[in-house]
Write a protein that binds this ligand. Sequence first.
Ligand SMILES: Cc1cc2nc3c(=O)[nH]c(=O)nc-3n(C[C@H](O)[C@H](O)[C@H](O)COP(=O)(O)OP(=O)(O)OC[C@H]3O[C@@H](n4cnc5c(N)ncnc54)[C@H](O)[C@@H]3O)c2cc1C
Length: 466
Amino acid sequence: MAASCRFLVRFNTLQKCILSVNANAECSISSALGGIRHKSTISQSEQHQYDLVIVGGGIVGAATAQELITRHPNLKLAILEKEKELAAHQSGHNSGVIHAGIYYVPGTLKARLCVKGMEMAYKYCDKHQIPYKKCGKLIVAVEPEELPRLDVLMERGLKNGVKDIRMVGPDAIKEIEPNCVALKAIHSPHTGIIDWGLVTKHYGKEFEKRGGNIYTNYEVDTFLTKAESKEGSIQGLTHNVEIHGSNPANPVVSCRYVVTCGGLHSDRLAEKSGCNPEPKIVPFRGEYLLLAPEKCNMVNGNIYPVPDPRFPFLGVHFTPRMDGSVWLGPNAVLAFKREGYGYTQFSLSDFVDAVSFRGLRKLAVKHLGYGIQEMYKSIYINAQVKQLQKFVPSLKLEDVRRGPAGVRAQALDRDGKLVDDFVFDSGSVDMSSRVLHVRNAPSPAATSSLAIAEMVADRVEQQFQL
Ligand SMILES: Cc1cc2nc3c(=O)[nH]c(=O)nc-3n(C[C@H](O)[C@H](O)[C@H](O)COP(=O)(O)OP(=O)(O)OC[C@H]3O[C@@H](n4cnc5c(N)ncnc54)[C@H](O)[C@@H]3O)c2cc1C
């Protein structure tokens, strides 16, 4: 948007900008990994000058950074992340499932990237000794009217090339999950569990090993562009984008190209470079319940219901965690703050921003009943337990307590339609030849992260002619 994107057109202005950072001053770039600090005595303007900057240190940003630096070891790359460490939001607050790719409409990016991403994730974790468990998954139908929908899922899974899935009846279900009762289920033996936050930090570590820099506590506030020189080679004029942080202590970072992977803020980051504010991100909190430690042997693997096809959420499920605990959930309620993990976390500006958006109002009118049900389940956890008892009848209310929450970045268009697949945007303004925004990286983007990174890197190479 023009208001946030000023143009510096005169070379002397550019010089001033570069010199406004103390020459030869000592500068620290905090590492996301354990607070190590790298020290350097080169000039600040040079030190904070990059070929390409990735904004957002979630799993998509970190995987993309790792892929790009592996392909282009001679380029200087950095990640800018507003929190004190990587994976502070969606990538560190999720179900921790390695999805196999059953649900997604065949041919969509979501379907292709998930199936490929799962294979890549297992290989990567084996190579780097990142722990995971291939504990499998059942998608269970408990009511006769769910059976046709289960068949549709099976068909999709087979079309998507998901390996070794099979339809099982009540006896086989009992063998796999002795406490589960259902009419029929899809069994996916290769579905697994992992700590996606740990994986994100590993991507970051590999990126740093290959020479990339990670700036944490750096919230990108403004993108500025400088006029292109005709030759494009006059000292300084090749690094045409200037990035300013919201904290005056943040150094000015200049670069040739920018990729943003901003998760819950992806629409705002796109708007800052002059792109359309839509699709808009609306935050939906997903709250989990925790199974009492002595009940954690109630399930062996993941147990999911047949999802409601009107929504992109997979339904309240049982998910074992890498630490031996079991999470139940999540539900989906509107969050009052983009990164609001509890009811008490409220941001007036985020709230007004969401409810004044025509797309959200349209969605609310269309699905008012569903929204109220989800709110009810969020307040009265026995409603959520009842849902889970449909397939694990031995679960009791006293077996559970409230647990953590995650917030999903749900992209929404102005007609209230949930945007279900990936959205890339560069806009059509002055910065468009220099910026690529990943505006929607929906679940299962953690599972798909390495495949998404390949796709984003291909796009970057094509668009920026790297
Ligand atoms: C409740 C829940 C359960 C899920 N379960 C699964 C699952 O089991 N399996 C699976 O594969 N996927 C799952 N997902 C989806 C998956 O977690 C996300 O799709 C994925 O983490 C998205 O990664 P990201 O990098 O796009 O976003 P994020 O992880 O949100 O990262 C975006 C980053 O950008 C930073 N940022 C934003 N604005 C700025 C700025 N101005 N300056 C600097 N930095 C900025 C943020 O601080 C953040 O770190 C789940 C998601 C949720 C919410």
